[in-house]
Design a protein around this ligand. Structure first.
Ligand SMILES: Cc1cc2nc3c(=O)[nH]c(=O)nc-3n(C[C@H](O)[C@H](O)[C@H](O)COP(=O)(O)OP(=O)(O)OC[C@H]3O[C@@H](n4cnc5c(N)ncnc54)[C@H](O)[C@@H]3O)c2cc1C
Length: 597
């Protein structure tokens, strides 16, 4: 093996690995991984989203998946690089049915991390670039139909004379993005959305809401935001973008349509999905059902003693629209996550007397700091200038196994704490209970483990630190006729109580629409099994049930923030397309269910 340059080292490793696999020598292939090596595969070999976390697991995954996958053409893409003794490089490869892209990190001559991802299926590539369709018939004949006529006819037939292959329930950003990918792959799909228009899931949220993630993190596939798009999209602006996107990607988007129930017919291997559209009940019979009903879809409202006695108004944060009616009124906001903070700030701006009740320590990170210290290398203008495309950034993120993330994030948060020490000191002096996660690994890991417990500071923490938004910490004893009584006896009065208490797991939607039995069969959604708060073990290594096969056949979950929806919709769309085309998709390592909810 030539080790003179990083490029030669990476290609040398790939050559040796490819040769061992061609010989069927899985011992030799596995020995090319170090003692603490990770191989993360997104669909290309496992037809699953799976990370093997030690040499024995790597060997087992190789031995089981490679005979059918028949990989080859392992080639470095671009140049390798040396980052402090870790040699890195991108590579491409092929399997019997697809083409893939991967990333490799070597320590010495052994792999430390390997990512493999399926990019396209042979013979079923998206019709882009050289494969672009002509869009017109350059000839004349009677009865020739226009694009619009053909489109209108196809829309009228789908769901009635012709059944879709996939039904997506939920037409928020997740459903729309997956729908776009399936459209490009020519998978007949209908998106069911109870709101009238694409984008409404953002429109209905509180008026002051702007995305907390920056534009570079938020691009949708195929149509990136223009260069002058604001860093933080106001929610109605992102809603309009989604509406435009759904139109130009030609989605079969059934707005104003509610999915009422779904049942899997195991004999026919198809779903029977009842939807209500324009007053009519329609039954759809697709092979696959995707829930894109929102990780933040079903509100979670606590059940406090005495709630029924409260004489004012009580709402969940998802029902809070605007603070304008609460000027001069006393408002209690229960909860200290993003929504709780945003709503407190909105109320304060409108002249309400606001108190936040913080029940447990919360992670706060200043937006500017996060952008610079945590996200900047991958998702920023500087990253763009350095040639880090959105795809590259997503793949770099994907190349870091979840098990490694806490250790990689702890130093980032050490830096954040130092940089914003004065801010944190003032916040704590106000009584605010701060945390950076049970293992100090910060926001990203907390998001992956539990999807809650943090606030990206865009001003509300300053209001708390300055005492302009009042803060009460501790447990609520009960709700009284006039407000809230805390366990320590403190009584607070309120005209409005907002429960900014988060959302329940996506399998609540599964329980509501398919049944409790299927929800329990599928089990908990989201979380990694870290054993930390709200993420019980055992360790699973990947997000539970997201974008991959579950214990209930032909049922899938999709969602998350825009980055996740963009990136993982590709994995999910290729899994669905492969099944539609009858490609063999043996699933390696289907995750067992440890928690029913
Ligand atoms: C206040 C708030 C702020 C957020 N800020 C950000 C942010 O800055 N950046 C970010 O990336 N993420 C953010 N998120 C998280 C997440 O990205 C959003 O919740 C996003 O909307 C998720 O998209 P989704 O498509 O998965 O789900 P949703 O947008 O929730 O869409 C689900 C859709 O399913 C529909 N639906 C549900 N049940 C049915 C049914 N039975 N029949 C028909 N339709 C149904 C709903 O009407 C809804 O439109 C935020 C979330 C909240 C609540």
């Amino acid at each position: 093996m030539t080790t003179s340059t990083p490029t030669a080292t990476v290609q040398g490793w790939l050559d040796g690995f490819g040769a061992a696999l061609s010989r069927g020598d899985y011992d030799a292939a596995a020995e090319m991984f170090g003692a603490d090596a990770y191989w993360r595969d997104l669909v290309s070999f496992t037809w699953n989203i799976k990370t093997a976390e030690d040499p024995a697991a790597v060997r087992q995954m190789l031995e089981t998946t490679m005979p059918l996958a028949q990989p080859g053409n392992w080639r470095i893409q671009g140049e390798g690089s040396d980052a402090g003794g870790i040699i890195e490089g991108w590579f491409t490869f092929e399997t019997a049915v697809g083409r893939g892209k991967g990333h490799l990190r070597l320590i010495g001559d052994k792999a430390w991390t390997m990512l493999t991802t399926l990019q396209e299926l042979k013979g079923f590539e998206e019709k882009k670039g050289e494969r672009r369709i002509k869009g017109v018939e350059h000839s004349h004949h009677p009865g020739r139909k226009s694009w619009l006529e053909k489109k209108t006819e196809a829309e009228a037939v789908l769901g009635f004379q012709k059944q879709p292959y996939v039904v997506i329930v939920g037409g928020g950003q997740g459903g729309i993005i997956l729908g776009a990918r399936l459209r490009k792959l020519e998978v007949p799909t209908i998106i069911i959305e109870k709101n009238a228009r694409p984008g409404d899931s953002w429109r209905v949220r509180y008026k002051s809401l702007c995305l907390h993630d920056p534009v570079w993190f938020d691009h949708l596939p195929y149509i990136p935001f223009p260069e002058d798009w604001p860093v933080f999209s106001p929610k109605d602006k992102i809603a309009d973008w989604l509406e435009m996107y759904a139109k130009v990607t030609e989605l079969n988007y059934w707005g104003g349509t509610e999915c009422q129930r779904a049942r899997f017919d195991a004999t026919r291997q198809e779903w029977e999905i009842t939807v209500q559209r324009n007053g009519a009940s329609i039954v759809l019979r697709p092979a696959h059902l995707v829930f894109a009903t929102g990780v933040s879809g079903v509100p979670s409202v606590p059940n406090y003693h005495g709630m029924e006695s409260f004489r004012g108004t009580q709402i969940h944060s998802s029902e809070f629209s605007s603070a304008k009616d609460w000027s001069g009124k006393q408002v209690i906001v229960v909860g200290s996550g993003n929504s709780g903070h945003d709503i407190c700030a909105d109320l304060w701006e409108h002249g309400a007397d606001v108190t936040m009740i913080q029940r447990s320590p919360t992670l706060v990170a200043r937006s500017d700091t996060l952008m610079e210290v945590a996200l900047g290398g991958l998702y920023s203008e500087a990253a763009v200038k350095n040639g880090v495309t959105t795809d590259t950034a997503d793949l770099i993120l994907a190349s870091l196994p979840y098990k490694l993330m806490p250790a990689l994030q702890v130093p980032v948060y050490r830096q954040i704490k130092e940089r914003d020490a004065a801010f944190y000191k003032r916040l704590e002096q106000s009584g605010f209970m701060l945390t950076f996660g049970e293992d100090d690994s910060g926001l990203l890991t907390m998001y992956l483990r539990r999807g809650s417990g943090y606030y990206i500071e865009v001003g509300a923490s300053e209001l708390i630190a300055d005492g302009l938004v009042k803060l009460v910490t501790g447990e609520i004893e009960r709700i009284t006729a006039t407000g809230v009584e805390m366990k320590n006896g403190l009584a607070l009065s309120a005209d409005l109580i907002v429960y900014a208490t988060g959302y329940s797991s996506m399998n609540t939607s599964v329980a509501q629409l398919v049944g409790q039995d299927v929800a329990e069969k599928v089990g908990k959604c989201w979380g990694l099994g870290s054993g930390m708060a709200k993420d019980p073990g055992p360790w699973e290594g990947e997000l539970r049930n997201m974008w991959k096969p579950m214990q209930q056949p032909n049922l899938w979950l999709h969602g998350g923030n825009l980055q996740q929806s963009r990136h993982y919709s590709q994995c999910l769309s290729l899994q669905l397309k492969a099944r539609m085309e009858g490609i063999s998709t043996p699933v390696y390592g289907l995750a067992p269910v440890y928690h029913t909810s």
